[in-house]
Write a protein that binds this ligand. Sequence first.
Ligand SMILES: [Zn+2]
Length: 251
Amino acid sequence: MNTMTQDLFRQDAYLTECTATVTAVTGQGLVLDRTVFYPLGGGQAGDAGVLVLAGGGQIAIADTRKGKDAEGHPTADIVHVPAPGQEAALAALKAGDTVTARIDWDRRHKLMRFHTATHLLCRVVPQLVNGCSITPEYARMDFNMTDPLDKDALTQGLAALVAAAHPVTVGSITDAELDANPALVKSMSVSPPRGSGVVRTIRIGDTDDAVDLQPCGGTHVANTREIGAVVVTKIEKKSATTRRVVLGFAA
Ligand SMILES: [Zn+2]
C-alpha cells in the first residue's frame, strides 16, 4: 500500500469535520484520502471521534495513529483506529466509500489548549525538554535541569502569558535555516517534523518579538487567551537531572 493522507488539521486546527474517501481498511484501522484527525505524535495524543457513513450509521474512532509499513517504519497514511465493538459497521466498509470524518471537538480543544500551554511553559522554564505528553486531562513536560521549580511562580508566569493574548501562528523554515539555528529546537526527545525540506513551526507572539518559536507538528489555539485557566498541578523530581511539570485545567 502506497497512499498518503492529506492532513487538513496542519493548516487549520479548527476544522472539526471533512468528507473523505476510504483508501484502505487494514488490521490497523481505516485510512482516508484526507482527514481532520490528528495522529499521535510530538507528545500530543491522537484524536477520537466518528466516521459517519454515507449510507447511514457511524463508526466510533478511539484513537488516531501514523501508519506503519511491514518493517514498522512510519508511512504517510493516517490510521483511524476503531473503538471496540465496531466490527459490523467495519465489515460493510470498503475502499472507495465516502465518509464524513468528525473529531470529538471538546476533547481536541483541550489538547490544543494544553499543547499551546506547553510551548508557553518553554518560555517560563527556558531549559531543554526531554519528554512531553499532552492528553485531554493533563499535560506534562520533563525539563533537563537540576534547579528546583516553584509551582505557584510557574502558574503565575503562564497566567500572564495567557492573559497577554498573544497570537499563535503556523509558519515554516527550511531544514538549512533550522540547522543554522539549533537553539530553536527545545526538545531532546521529539525531533522536528522534517522530511520535505521544510519544517513546520509554531510562533507565539508578534513577528519581531516572539514569546516562543519552535518546530512543531501539533495543533494549537489561535491566541493564548483561548488557553484559559491552566495551572501547574505538580512538580516532580524524576531524576537528578529531570524536573517534571504537570499542567491541569483550573477547576
Ligand atoms: Zn509542540
